[in-house]
Structures are given as C-alpha cells and as structure tokens.
Design a protein around this ligand. Sequence first.
Ligand code: M6R
Length: 615
Amino acid sequence: MCGIVGYVGQRNATGVIVSGLQRLEYRGYDSAGVALYSSHRKALVRVRSVGKIAALVSRIEKDVPDQDGLDYTLGIGHTRWATHGAPTEANAHPHFSRSGEFAVAHNGIIENYVALKERLVQKGYVFTSETDTEVLAHLIEECYEGDLHRAVAAALEQVEGTYGIAVISSRHPGLIVAARKGSPIAIGVGSGETIVASDISAIINYTKKVVFLNDEDIATITAEGLDISSLKNVPVSRELTHIDWSLGQIEKGGFEHFMLKEIHEQPQALANAIRGRLLEKDGTTHLGGIRMTSAEIARIRHITIAACGTSYYAGMVGKYFFEDLAGLSTDIEQAAEFRYRNPIIERDTLLLAISQSGETADTIEAVREGMRKGATVLGICNVVGSTIARETERGVYLHAGPEIGVASTKAFSAQVAVLAMLAIVFGRARRLSGSTGRDLVRELLRAPEVAAAALEQEPAIKVIAEKYARAEHMFFLGRGYMYPVALEGALKLKEISYIHAEGYHAAELKHGPIALLDEHVPVVVAVPDLHGKSKTISNMQECRARSSPVIAIATAGDDEVNRYSNDVIRVPRCLDFLTPIPVVIVEQLLAYHIAKCRGCPIDQPRNLAKSVTVE
Ligand code: M6R
C-alpha cells in the first residue's frame, strides 16, 4: 500500500520520480507528493496534491520552477493509500521536519506514534498533519548530529511498527537514506544513478540490477551505489538480483485497462508457469525451487495453506488438489487468522504461503509463525525477490509476469497451475500411479489452449454484462472445484463494479441466503459437465423458482443446462482439476465488462490497493 520512489543521479529527478509514481499508482492513489533538493536554492522544495498522480503533475508544472532543467537531481516521491488521516494535501507525503531540512516518504504504520508525538509536542515540535509518518521527520531532525544515516537509524530505534522509508536532507544534497521493516524497499543500481522504490516496476525503466533490503536494513544511497548496514550500524551485504521483467510487460500494450490486458495474458502466463516443469514421460512435475527430496516429500503428512483474498481462493482449489491427487489432508487458512490463533503445526506439516506480491503483511507473518513452529514452509509467489520469496528460501515462482491491475487475475490461474503441479509431485511420491500422473500432466499442458478458448467467449460475455450491469446484488454459486471459483467470481465483481456480490456453495444457498433472491438478483452458476452437475442444476431450479435470472457457465456442447438458465457462457471441456481456469476467466471478463458498463475506475477501484502491506 502506498508507493515510494527516490532518485539520485544526473537526470532531472522530477521526471524519474513522477514516472515511477505513475507506475506505482496501483498501490495507492488518494494523494501524492514529491520533495526535491534544489541545488540553486540549496533547500528542499515540496509539491503535494490530493487525488491521482495527474493532479500532482499539474501542480508540479505550475509550482516547480526549472522542472526541465537539472536543478533537481535528488528527490523522493510518494503515492498514498490513507491509513492515518484523511486524503488531504496536509496528510500527503513527503513529510518535512520542523526546519524543512529533512523529508520523509513512508509506507507502513508507526504504531507508537501517539506517544512519540506527545513527547515531540512537549519539546516544541509543531505538527502539520494527522499522519503517523510526520513523527519520523521530526525524530530524524531531533537525532541529527551531522550524519543522516545515523540520525535515521537513531529515529527508527524509537519506532514500533512497520516502515519502508526514503529520507533526504538539504544538508546532504547527493544522498538518500532508505530503510525497511515490514514494507518492501528495492534499490535499482544504474550507471551514475540510483533509484529507490517500494516496487521494482518504478525501477526497471532505468536498470534491471536491483538490491532488496531485508527488515531492519538501512541503506545509504548515492548516485554511485549504496552501502547497507543494520540499525546497529553493522555492515551487511545483500545480493544484486537481475530482474527480467520488460518495460512492455508493465505497460497497457493497447488495452484499455491493465486488468483486461492481464486477463488476456493468461494463456501466456500459464505457458510460462508450466514451462520446463512438466515431465510427461514420468507422469510428474519438476519444481526445482521446492528443494525437497522424494523421501522428504513422502514424509509430509499434512498441508496447511495460508493466504489472503484471491490467493486464498486459489489455495482453496489447492486443498482439493492435495486431497484428490495426493491423498494429503489439507487445511486452508486466512493468513490473518492463522497468525493470531495458535495453529497446530505437527511434525511433517508443510505450510504453503501463497501471495502474488509476496508482500502481504498477514501472509508474511503466517510464514514467520510457521517457521517458528518448525513447519517446512514453501512460498508460492509471483514477484521475484519479494519478502515471502526470500524468507521462505524455497518455493515456486508463478512466472506470470507483472500484475498491475488491483484485481488479481492472471495470478489466480498461474497459482492454480502451480498448485496442480505441486499436488502431482506430492501425489507421485505417495499414491498416484504413473499412468494417472501422465494423464494429469497431459491435461495441464492444455492449460494455455483452454484459457485461450475461454477468452474467445468475450463478445458473448460483453452482451450478458450489459444486460445485468444495473443489478445491485448478485450471487455466485458452485460446488466441488467450482465452489472456490464462485467465491473468487464474487470477489472480482464486488471489488471493481461495487455491486454487492456473494459467493456460496450451491447447496448452502437454501440454508439462508435464498431469502434474498428475487427477479432483481442475478445468480451466476458455475456448472461444468462434471461430477455433481445434476445437483447444481437442482440449485439452479431453486433460483429460478424465486424469479432470479440464472447465468450459467457451462461446458461447450452441454445443452442440458440451457433450459435452466437465462444466459449461458461456454467453457471448453477439460478434466475437473483444470476447470477452475476457464471458469474463472469467464468470471473475470464478466466482472470487467459489468464494471466498464457502470463506468467504474477498473484498475484503481475505490478504497483498494494492490498490495496490502499493513494488517
Ligand atoms: O499479493 P497477494 O496475493 O498476497 O494479495 C492478496 C490479496 O490482497 C489480493 O488477492 C486481493 O484480494 C486482490 N485485490 C484480489 O483481486
């Protein structure tokens, strides 16, 4: 949540920071600001504005003289997702210290800010915002004795909570100090320039060489590079990672929205997720990153999956895979709940942490709790070098490419594919025969083509979307593999169209929610031609009996469902375990086109941010 960019080098810092903020806008977009060092005035200047980056750009054009010159070669910027204090200009970052000599951009939450603020107020500091961050700016000034790095470290020693910060000072015109605890900071090392950001998408335009800070690292950054130490001033070294994402991947490429682009990227994302990992002849899969021998795999007795949001629903699909294909008892846990309960981790439990970003605060803490309790922990992440990927030290990357749209789409399909591959490898070490393994692997090889066939339904989906776009409430139903997919379909619709949508097990409807059905409440039913179809058809009839329009997602060529539905969207025939992929694509397209008809800001839905790095 929130995005930070900082620049030091030879270019005009304003341009680098603003373009970086535009790439990070998906992380938070209720206000934004920049603080720049003016070599002419030998002072920091600041511009902030409420609303999206476009509003900030107009303010910069008006208020920052010489913006095209090289007056500003050092600066930091921030795009905000409000936690403490409303989205106002005064609350927008960067925050200045009392003298205006120190500026801070911060992601995370300073939990003890009230106590710190009271102490600073007693000492005469005047606060101009309601944010927790402003205490940091004043604290740094208070701790400053000529060394910015030491002042930041001393201020952070007093802070409880989470932070990813970038700090500049007019006393140090060629320096940025950055630090992290719980909120990601990446540093791109270019030639004669260095860029610090909360997310690599703000960096890869300039360099593919990136260093990720660990918790409690503090970096001194100049145009020539960086030095990292612990808060206690002990030097540490962190690896340089080469990022292979291209600029094209983080741009819209002719699509109206990132979400639509990412929906359409699913055949490619799936091809990348399975590439080199399917061993057809042996009927198994090869996932080098799990670094477990067959004997270690065979010793696992129980799997616990922890995740949030869409990743949680992918994890639910994974539970079915592990039970069906590997005969392993599996729990799926909301990461936020897992970390605060007292979860039972027996010996031989495998904890799977699923997170597209690898930065979700609750999932990170679930990983740490699992490790403390002695579980083997695997991370399933998309973002290379993310916190979960690094802390778990073993796991599987999705290779789905950058996902910018706030609504997660291609990550879900790739997570499902990765979980299926994991279940096959675990199954083959236990009870799955070579011949069944080969059938499953062959079916997984079809995943990109199956996704492409689902995308071909877009024109039909658009027409149906127009028909139901004015609904106030909607239900999504499914059973078996379609149950988590129904939950995901409802989540997609509610987050981007603001229609109140509920996902339910098809059989559960009559235990209460059916009371809400009438002719104004459409019901989307995932009813592919698989085991349980006839029971779902009964549930469709129950909906129709209450006058609810039924939109069926059904297998191509299966005409039986027609007579129980008002509208039918087709998905290609495939084995049950692969069906979540085409069905979810249909649901994503339905949500997208409904949101578009309603004129919603699809890539930046209200109140949401891409990466939830606070509790
Ligand atoms: O990065 P993660 O997969 O850990 O994110 C988890 C959720 O925050 C995320 O899936 C969220 O629910 C999306 N907005 C769903 O579209």
